[in-house]
Design a protein around this ligand. Structure first.
Ligand code: ADP
Ligand code: ZN
Ligand code: ZN
Length: 819
C-alpha cells in the first residue's frame, strides 16, 4: 500500500510534527528529507518531511501538501535521525531543530493575498447591480471587482494601492467580505540589490541635508561605512528604519551605490596566492597521524582526543587526516569555535583540497551565500566543510571524519533553542555515519579528558611544541605582596610595568589580557553604597568613558552618566574596578612612546575592525595590544615575548562550577600566545589569590595535575562528568507568574527524586532579572542520563497540560552557562 500521508516538521516552537496528506500528483516526489510548502493556520509554511506513513491521523480535517520545493531532498535519512536525536536529547521542539538544520529559505517569498468570501461575492453583485453608490461603495466595488475580474486572489499590497484601497480593504475585511491568506511563492531570480556608501559622495542636498532625514542618512552612513559594509537593501531598511524612498533618492544623488548580487568577497580573499607552509611532520605528529589513518581505514566509529599543547602543530595533523578521509572516498567536516578561525582554516583547506571542493559555513554569511554554500555541499560539489557550531548539520554524504578544534570552547553550545552542543552532536553524528570524530585541544574539557582516560575515547598526545620551542615560562605576581611593598594599587603592578618596559626597549611585542571591557565595573554612590543598576536586569551597569554612559553588558541598555545618585541624590559617585578601556588609557600615560592598540567588543564590533587591529599587531605596527578574551585564543604571533594577565580573579568569582576550569583554560591559552616564534616568551599573571589551584597549575602549565584536582572536586560535588546535569529556568515579566509557575514545576518534579534525580530549587537565578524578566532556576542532577531525560520530558508535558506558556519554561540539558 502506498503512503498517503507524511509527517512534517514546521519551524514552530512546538513539540510535535504535523501530518499532511500527499496529493496524488505528488505521490512520486514527496520523500523523507524534502522540503515542502504546506498550509498552516492560514499561513503558508515551509517544512521538511520526516517520514511517510499510510496511517491516517485521528483528526478529520487533514490538509494537503501544496508543493515540493527542491528536486533533491534537503536532508539525508541520517540527518533526519540526527535531528530526532537532538530533539529527544535536548528536549527541544522538533520544528526548531529542523529549522536549524535546513538551509536559509531564499527560494521562497511569503505573500499575503485577498480572497473574496461568499458574502463578498454577494455584496459585489449587489453593488454592481445598483445604480447609485456612495464614494465608499465605489471604492469597495473597485477592489472587489479587481479580485473578481482576475478570477483569483490578488496580492494585498497591490489591492491596497488602488485609490482608497487601504481603507476599503480594512472595511471589507472587517465585514467578512474579504479574507487574507498567506501563500509561498518561488523567487524568480536569486539576485538581490546591494547598497553601499559612496566614499566620495557629493555633499547632501535638499531634503536629506537637515532634520530627521539627515539623521537617518547619518545612520545609513554609519552602518554602511563603519559598522557593516555594503548590505542588501532589505537589511539596510530593517536595520536603520530608513524609508525606501529616501534610499532611492540617495542612490539617485550618488550618495549611495548599488549593484545586484552580493560579492563573494570572502572567497576572493581565499584565492589570493596563498601557499600554505610546507611542514615536515615531527615524530609526535607522525604518530598521531598514523593512528588516525588507522581508524579511518578501519571505517568504524571512533572518537579520538588529540591533546596537544599550544603550538604543537595540531592543524597539520588535521590536514593529513582530512587527506586520508578524502582518499578513501569519504568527506570531512572541520568545526571551529569562532568565525575568525573559519577564515584561516578554510584558507588552508582550500589550498590543500582544491579538487575536492571546500565550503565554509557560518552564521556571518548572508543568507544567499550560506544557501549557496549549503547546496554546493548537498550536491557533492564540496567534500570538505569548515564551519562553526551549526555546520555540524552540513549535508555531507558519506561523512568519514569530523574534527572539533578547541573542543572545550563554550561557543559550541547554542544558547538559544535548540540548545545543542556542537561537539557532542558531532560525536553522535560520527556514530550514525560510522565515522571518526577527532576532538582536539591544548586544554581539553574535563568531560572529554575523563572519557579519554577511561578508554571511551582514544587519546593522542602532542607533548612538545614544534621544533622543540620551549613553552613560555609563567610567573605569578602576588598583588597582596605588591601592595604591601609599594602601598600603591596602580593600573598594573610594578613587576609587570618593569617587564613591559624591558620588552619595549628590546623592540619586541607585548600582549595584555584583561577580563572586562569598558572603563569601570561599577558606578558606586559614596553615601549610600548603591551601584547604578540596569533597568531591565539585576546587574550593575558598566561605565564606558568614550561613550560617556553606563551600559548593561547583558541587554544593551544604556544611559548617560548620572550626576547624582538615583537612590539618595548624593553627588559623590565614584567608579570602581578597571576595564580594558581604562587600562589602555593608563598604559598610554605610563608608556607614552609605545604604539598601543585595544581589542574588545567595543573596538572590534565588526569583522573588519577586528582584522584591522589584529593585522596591525601581527605586522608589527603596534608594540602593545590590550584586549579581552578575544586576544587569548588561536592567534599565531611570532614576535610576542611577554604576555601579561591583568586582574585574573574576576572569572574565579562567578557562580559557576566551571569557573576554575575556565580560568585554567584562559591562562593556558593566553600563555600559548607567547614565544611562538624564534624568541622565547614569558607570562606574568597578576592575582590576589596566588594559591588558587587553577592559577598554580596554569602557572606550571600542568594540565594533568589540574585535571586530577578538578575531577576530584567534580566527583565530590556530583557534577559532570559524574552526573548528567540540566537546568530549568522559569521566566516572566510578572514576578507573580514566575513564582506561581515555579511552584507548579516544583510539584511536577517532586516524583523524580524517587527515580534518583536530584532536584535543586527553585531559587532565584544568579541573574535574577534579565531583560525585564524575573527568573527562577532549578538544577537537576542524575547519575543516570535516561532518568534525567524522562523527568524533563514529563515535566514539560505537565507544564503544557497546566497551560504554562512554552516560552516561560526554558530547559537546558548539559548547560554551559548557569547564569
Ligand atoms: P596549535 O594549533 O597546536 O597551537 P598550530 O597548528 O597553529 O599549533 O601550529 C603552530 C605553528 O607551527 C604553525 O605556524 C605551523 O605552520 C607550524 N608547524 C606545524 N607543524 C610543524 C612542523 N612539523 N615543523 C615546523 N613547523 C610546524
Ligand atoms: Zn546614594
Ligand atoms: Zn540589562
Amino acid at each position: 500500500m502506498t503512503s498517503r500521508y507524511c509527517e512534517v516538521a514546521l519551524p514552530l516552537p512546538l513539540r510535535s510534527a504535523f501530518t499532511y496528506l500527499i496529493p496524488e500528483s505528488l505521490a512520486e516526489t514527496v520523500v523523507p528529507g524534502c522540503r515542502v510548502v504546506v498550509p498552516f493556520r492560514n499561513r503558508a509554511m515551509v517544512g521538511v518531511v520526516l517520514a511517510l506513513t499510510s496511517r491516517a491521523p485521528a483528526t478529520a480535517k487533514i490538509k494537503e501538501i501544496v508543493e515540493v520545493l527542491d528536486p533533491l531532498s534537503a536532508l539525508s535519512p541520517r540527518l533526519i535521525e540526527l535531528g530526532r536525536w537532538v530533539a529527544d536529547y535536548y528536549i527541544a521542539p522538533i520544528g526548531e531543530v529542523f529549522r536549524a538544520m535546513l538551509p536559509p529559505m531564499i527560494e521562497v517569498r511569503r505573500e499575503e493575498e485577498f480572497v473574496i468570501t461568499q458574502s463578498g461575492k454577494e455584496y459585489c453583485a449587489e453593488l454592481g447591480s445598483r445604480g447609485n453608490c456612495s464614494e465608499m461603495e465605489v471604492t469597495d466595488l473597485a477592489l472587489l471587482n479587481l479580485i473578481e475580474i482576475e478570477g483569483k486572489p490578488v496580492r494585498c499590497d497591490r489591492a491596497r494601492k488602488l485609490p482608497g484601497g487601504e481603507a476599503a480593504a480594512s472595511r471589507l475585511l472587517r465585514l467578512g467580505h474579504l479574507r487574507i491568506r498567506e501563500v509561498a511563492r518561488r523567487r524568480k531570480s536569486r539576485t538581490q540589490r546591494i547598497i553601499a556608501w559612496n566614499p566620495s559622495a557629493p555633499p547632501l542636498s535638499g531634503k536629506d541635508a537637515h532634520g530627521p532625514a539627515a539623521e537617518s542618512t547619518e545612520r545609513i552612513r554609519r552602518l554602511l561605512s563603519e559598522e557593516r559594509g555594503p548590505l542588501p537593501i532589505k537589511q539596510l531598511l530593517a536595520e536603520t528604519g530608513a524609508k525606501r524612498a529616501q534610499v532611492e533618492r540617495l542612490v539617485k544623488h550618488g550618495v549611495l551605490e548599488e549593484w545586484e548580487e552580493p560579492l563573494t568577497a570572502e572567497e576572493d580573499l581565499f584565492e589570493m596566492d596563498f601557499t600554505p607552509p610546507a611542514n615536515v611532520l615531527n615524530a609526535e605528529q607522525e604518530r598521531a597521524v598514523g593512528e588516525i589513518r588507522g581508524w579511518l581505514d578501519a571505517g568504524a566509529f571512533t572518537t579520538g582526543l588529540l591533546y596537544g599543547v599550544t603550538g604543537s602543530g595540531k592543524t597539520e595533523v588535521y590536514l593529513r587526516a582530512i587527506e586520508r578521509a578524502l582518499s578513501r572516498g569519504r568527506t570531512a567536516l572541520v568545526l571551529v569555535p569562532e568565525i575568525a578561525l573559519t577564515l584561516w582554516i578554510g584558507r588552508l583547506c582550500r589550498a590543500w583540497f582544491k579538487d575536492a571542493g571546500v565550503a565554509v559555513l557560518h552564521s556571518g554569511l548572508a543568507d544567499i551565500e550560506r544557501a549557496r554554500e549549503w547546496w554546493r555541499v548537498r550536491r557533492g560539489e564540496a567534500r570538505v566543510v569548515v564551519g562553526t557550531r551549526s555546520a555540524v548539520f552540513a549535508p555531507l554524504e558519506n561523512l568519514g571524519l569530523i574534527i572539533v578544534d578547541e573542543e572545550q570552547e563554550p561557543s559550541y553550545k547554542q544558547e538559544e533553542t535548540p540548545r545543542y552542543n556542537g561537539r557532542d552532536t558531532a560525536i553522535v553524528r560520527a556514530k550514525l555515519e560510522s565515522a571518526v570524530a577527532l576532538l582536539a585541544s591544548a586544554t581539553p574539557s574535563l568531560e572529554s579528558f575523563h572519557h579519554a582516560r577511561s578508554g571511551k575515547y582514544k587519546l593522542l598526545e602532542l607533548a612538545a611544541r614544534v621544533e622543540n620551542r620551549p613553552m613560555a615560562g609563567v610567573e605569578v605576581v602576588d598583588l597582596r605582596d605588591e601592595f604591601l611593598r609599594t602601598r600603591k594599587a596602580g593600573a598594573i603592578s610594578e613587576t609587570l610595568r618593569g617587564a613591559i618596559a624591558q620588552r619595549l626597549d628590546a623592540g619586541t611585542q607585548v600582549l595584555l589580557l584583561i577580563n572586562r571591557r569598558g572603563y569601570s565595573w561599577f558606578a558606586l554612590c559614596r553615601s549610600c553604597g548603591i551601584a547604578a543598576q540596569c533597568e531591565n536586569c539585576s546587574i550593575s551597569l558598566t561605565y564606558h568613558k568614550q561613550r560617556n554612559g553606563l551600559v548593561c553588558h547583558y541587554c544593551g541598555f544604556s544611559r548617560p552618566v548620572p550626576k547624582t545618585c538615583a537612590k539618595c541624590g548624593s553627588e559623590h559617585i565614584y567608579y570602581v574596578g578597571q576595564g580594558s578601556e581604562q587600562l589602555e588609557e593608563k598604559l598610554r600615560e605610563i608608556f607614552p612612546e609605545a604604539r598601543i592598540g585595544r581589542l574588545d567588543r567595543d573596538t572590534a564590533r565588526t569583522k573588519r575592525e577586528f582584522q584591522k587591529v589584529l593585522g596591525a599587531f601581527a605586522a608589527g605596527k603596534l608594540d602593545l595590544l590590550v584586549g579581552t578574551q578575544m586576544v587569548a585564543k588561536g592567534h599565531d604571533f611570532q614576535r610576542v615575548t611577554l604576555v601579561g594577565v591583568v586582574s585574573t580573579d574576576t572569572s574565579l568569582g562567578l557562580p559557576d562550577f566551571r569557573a576554575a576550569e575556565r580560568t585554567f583554560e584562559l591562562l593556558t591559552q593566553v600563555a600559548g600566545r607567547a614565544g611562538r616564534g624564534e624568541l622565547p616568551g614569558t607570562v606574568l599573571v597578576e592575582t590576589y589569590y596566588p594559591e588558587h589551584y587553577a592559577i598554580q597549575h596554569a602557572a606550571r602549565q600542568d594540565y594533568a595535575a589540574f585535571f586530577e584536582r578538578e575531577l576530584h572536586f567534580r566527583r565530590l560535588m556530583h557534577y559532570p562528568p559524574f552526573t548528567a546535569l540540566a537546568s530549568i529556568l522559569i521566566r516572566d515579566a510578572k514576578i507573580e507568574n514566575a513564582i506561581r509557575w515555579s511552584r507548579q514545576v516544583a510539584a511536577f518534579l517532586a516524583p523524580a527524586e524517587a527515580g534518583g534525580v536530584k532536584v535543586l530549587g527553585p531559587a532565584a537565578a544568579p541573574l535574577a532579572r534579565l531583560k525585564r524578566e524575573y527568573r527562577f532556576q532549578f538544577l537537576l542532577k542524575s547519575p543516570k542520563r535516561g532518568e534525567l531525560t524522562r523527568t524533563l520530558a514529563a515535566c514539560l508535558a505537565a507544564c503544557a497540560k497546566a497551560e504554562i506558556p512554552e516560552r516561560a519554561v526554558l530547559v537546558d540539558v548539559d548547560p554551559i552557562s548557569l547564569l
